[in-house]
Design a protein around this ligand. Structure first.
Ligand code: SAM
Length: 204
């Protein structure tokens, strides 16, 4: 589920392409989800816990899970998070376009400070979970310019809706700057991924 129907549509298309048919797609806010009597073996939140009303969603997720089942907060770095020349160029361009598109307010103010004050693991513990740990791994990946443009569109700050009529201009500028650096159209990155895992305790 995602609150933006564009993201849900994108996931649905990808799943169809992979012939995955046992998924129900829901465009709704996580805090409004009503699962009725259903209970689940795993709740996954992909790159989004920091954007949610964390205490509300952690509390609801606790109720959705069967005892001893887990919640996983999934994280992965952006392609431009790194020190390679193409990454620094892309990071600067992304910042420029977020400002140009007037999308700064799509990143909630004081987000970092709020998370620093109350880290995710504390929110999970307060909701009743036992924290198992944080697991991190690197995946070597080669991006193409088409995939990098697509990744930018999949973010909430540079989606096609946010860029509007300037979408082609954004894509052209990114293409021009990055291909000037890597004419081979190969942009290498060790993608950093992680998950915070916590368990609903067994019933006592
Ligand atoms: C960085 S994107 C991650 C998208 C996808 N889950 C993934 O892992 O690639 C963050 C997503 O959180 C969604 N989001 C933010 N607040 C939400 C809420 N209250 N309920 C549901 N989705 C929300 C945004 O619409 C956005 O698509």
């Amino acid at each position: 589920m995602d609150q933006e129907s564009g993201f849900v549509d994108l996931a649905r298309v990808k799943a169809e392409r992979l012939r995955v048919s046992n998924v129900r797609w829901i465009a709704q806010r996580a805090e409004d989800l009503d699962v009725g009597a259903a209970r689940f073996d795993l709740v996954c939140i992909g790159n989004a816990f920091h954007r949610l009303p964390r205490r509300v969603v952690a509390g609801r997720a606790y109720q959705w899970l069967t005892p001893t089942s887990c919640i996983a907060l999934l994280w992965s770095g952006a392609p431009w998070a790194g020190q390679a020349q193409w990454q620094r160029t892309m990071a600067a361009l992304v910042q420029r376009w977020i400002a140009r598109a007037g999308a700064e307010d799509r990143i909630p103010a004081h987000l970092d400070a709020t998370i620093e004050k109350t880290p995710h693991r504390e929110v999970l513990i307060d909701a009743g979970f036992e924290v198992i740990g944080k697991f991190e791994f690197l995946t070597p990946h080669v991006w193409t310019i088409e995939a990098l443009v697509g990744f930018a569109y999949s973010t909430s700050v540079l989606s096609r809706e946010v860029l509007g009529a300037r979408t082609p201009e954004f894509a052209e500028e990114l293409r021009g700057e990055l291909l000037a650096l890597e004419p081979s159209n190969r942009f290498e990155q060790d993608i950093s991924s992680a998950y915070d895992l916590a368990r609903r305790p067994a019933m006592t």
